[in-house]
Design a protein around this ligand. Structure first.
Ligand code: BEZ
Length: 213
């Protein structure tokens, strides 16, 4: 399946390390990150899962649920979880989908035959409360992901969903943002009464709304 930004995130049922789930129901009213791993008992994936477990509270405070996927059976996931705790110092604290029949991988286009015919690539989908896809990133198997970057993008997605702003290059939470071009100066006076800095008519910087988190 060819999923694009803004598309509905396909719903599915799956076995996970936390029991069976129906994806949309599991998400509830919040956000979700669905990310795939090529295979169990692989070194890069082991480090990634430990890192996501370490960052769990950061996802929680953004109202984001995280869920991993690997194309192996539940028994393997459970044995692998012990290795993750032992080597990374963090136990799995989120569900890992056992996608041995590749049903979810196929639904989300996580198998890229030119990279590998059977294993999933490292896909990341961020899904909004409206159950639509807000972000998709694809990494090769040989490159571990940067989950600080995923959190940074979630901060931007959540901010830009609520305010008429966009975030500039390398933006981090609390830094100045850009007033979107669709907002006229007249309208901006109402939306940003504290004022803004016009570098060019199309490039207007303003203090980040809702900065004190
Ligand atoms: C890994 O997770 O370490 C990995 C998986 C597949 C190919 C290469 C590395």
């Amino acid at each position: 399946m060819n999923i694009r930004l803004g598309d509905p995130a396909p719903d599915f049922t799956a076995q996970t390390t936390d029991g069976p789930i129906r994806f949309h129901e599991w998400m509830g009213d919040g956000w979700a990150v669905l990310f795939s791993h090529p295979k169990d008992f692989t070194p890069v994936c082991t480090t990634e899962l430990g890192e996501v477990a370490r960052l769990k509270s950061e996802f929680d405070r953004r109202n984001v649920k995280v869920i991993g996927l690997s194309v192996d059976p539940l028994e393997d996931h459970e044995a692998w979880a012990d290795d993750i705790r032992e080597t990374q110092g963090y136990a799995l604290n989120f569900p890992l989908i056992a996608d041995a029949d590749r049903a979810v991988s196929d639904l989300y286009g996580m198998i890229h035959p030119n990279a590998d015919n059977t294993l999933t690539v490292r896909s990341v989908f961020v899904i909004g409360p409206d159950k639509r896809v807000k972000l998709m990133i694809t990494y090769p198997a040989s490159t571990g992901r940067n989950f600080d970057e995923i959190l940074r993008v979630i901060d931007s997605l959540q901010l830009t969903a609520d305010f008429s702003v966009a975030t500039p290059v390398n933006w981090r939470y609390g830094e100045d943002v850009i007033i979107v071009p669709a907002v006229s100066d007249e309208e901006a006076k109402t939306r940003f009464p504290q004022g803004w800095n016009t570098l060019k008519p199309y490039l207007r910087m303003v203090r980040q709304p809702r900065a004190g988190r």
